[in-house]
Design a protein around this ligand. Structure first.
Ligand SMILES: Nc1ncnc2c1ncn2[C@@H]1O[C@H](COP(=O)(O)OP(=O)(O)OP(=O)(O)O)[C@@H](O)[C@H]1O
Ligand SMILES: [Mg+2]
Length: 322
């Protein structure tokens, strides 16, 4: 055994009526202790299936996985003692209050009543649920449920934490708060595997990012390493009149070092350049000379979106499914 969390050639298929869906197609991971691993991928990539295998909720058809040398298929009870899990869809008791839900988790994990209540109070505070703590979950908003469920995964400070899309459906403030909590835990030695469709989140939190598509890892590395894959800086221009797009493209083509791609909309063009600031000035001058009016222009570093596009030929879908 080398890595703390290891997955080796995991395969998992589902039978959906007459068709067989391959959710994991020989997926492998190696996660060192005390680091944050992000699984980044679009809907249906296999993120939740990976989490389910590693947290013993399902068994793989083939391949193997272990945490700290303990095989997840052979010793599920030992694995469950090491891990905290927050699923993609909040699992909370509707009829208990926020506080009671957390206290219940503490008692399940054999904390004393006093310890359990103190921890519940601490987490209610941490996740900004003070006003909601004494209300039954039934009336909670999606984001509040999510926060209670996340807090539940943190009750006993497990050494390994699995967070499946932890911030989907959270408002920006809660998202930042959760990022803070995760950073604190990792500072204390917790190993975290989180799945996300948010490139920014992987960028912010993860020591290592595995880009997943169709059940396999198609690239991995630090966010900087992944960005290097798609090269350096970009110049981006948005024309005012869509009829000018071809003219703009031919001007831009004189300055770029690689392919020009379409940006966020049909009026925007993006191209890789060297010496972005200087090149941008030249592009702007040439566009003005060509009589092309712009709505916007700028330079930017490649994002993980660019990485994904480059690797898969399709963009990451950002879907809010709170
Ligand atoms: N119980 C199931 N029965 C049939 N097919 C399933 C089942 N669970 C998952 N799948 C299929 O397996 C593939 C991977 O699903 P998975 O839930 O792991 O993806 P995901 O990356 O978590 O996606 P999302 O971002 O939507 O949460 C998908 O094609 C999905 O439809
Ligand atoms: Mg999922």
């Amino acid at each position: 055994m080398s890595a703390f969390i290891e997955a080796s050639n995991l395969v998992k298929t589902y039978q959906a009526g007459k068709t067989t869906v391959t959710a994991l197609n020989s997926l492998s991971l190696e996660i060192p202790q005390g680091t944050v691993q992000a699984l980044l991928g679009p809907n249906g990539a296999g993120k939740t299936t990976t989490v389910k295998v590693l947290t013993t909720l399902i068994t793989p058809d083939s391949g193997s996985a272990s945490i700290n040398g303990v095989d997840v298929v052979d010793h599920p009870e030992d694995i469950r003692r090491m891990i905290g899990v927050s699923g993609q869809y909040a699992a909370v008791d509707e009829n208990l209050t926020g506080f009671e839900n957390l206290d219940m988790v503490g008692r399940l994990y054999h904390l004393s009543p006093a310890q359990s209540k103190a921890r519940a109070r601490e987490l209610i505070d941490m996740f900004d649920l003070v006003e909601a703590g004494d209300r039954v979950v039934k009336g909670f908003s999606g984001g509040m449920r999510r926060r209670i469920d996340l807090a539940g995964a943190l009750v006993v400070n497990p050494p390994v934490l699995f967070l499946d899309e932890p911030t989907t459906g959270l408002d920006p403030r809660s998202r930042l708060a959760l990022w803070g909590v995760i950073k604190t835990l990792v500072g204390q030695g917790t190993t975290v595997l989180l799945t996300t469709q948010y490139l920014e989140e992987a960028d912010q939190l993860a020591d290592n990012i595995a880009v997943i598509d169709e059940g396999r890892v198609i690239a991995q590395g630090t966010s900087d390493e992944l960005k290097l894959l798609v090269g350096g800086q970009r110049v981006e221009v948005t024309v005012h009149d869509v009829a000018d797009i071809d003219k703009a493209r031919s001007v831009l083509a004189r300055h770029v070092t690689g392919d020009i791609t379409s940006g966020a909309d049909s009026r925007t063009l993006v191209g890789p350049v060297e010496n972005a600031a200087k090149t941008l000035q030249k592009v702007l001058k040439d566009l003005a000379d060509a009589g092309v009016e712009l709505n916007d222009a700028g330079m930017r570093r490649p994002t993980l979106d660019d990485v994904f596009l480059q690797l898969t030929g399709h963009a990451v879908l950002q879907e809010e499914n709170a």
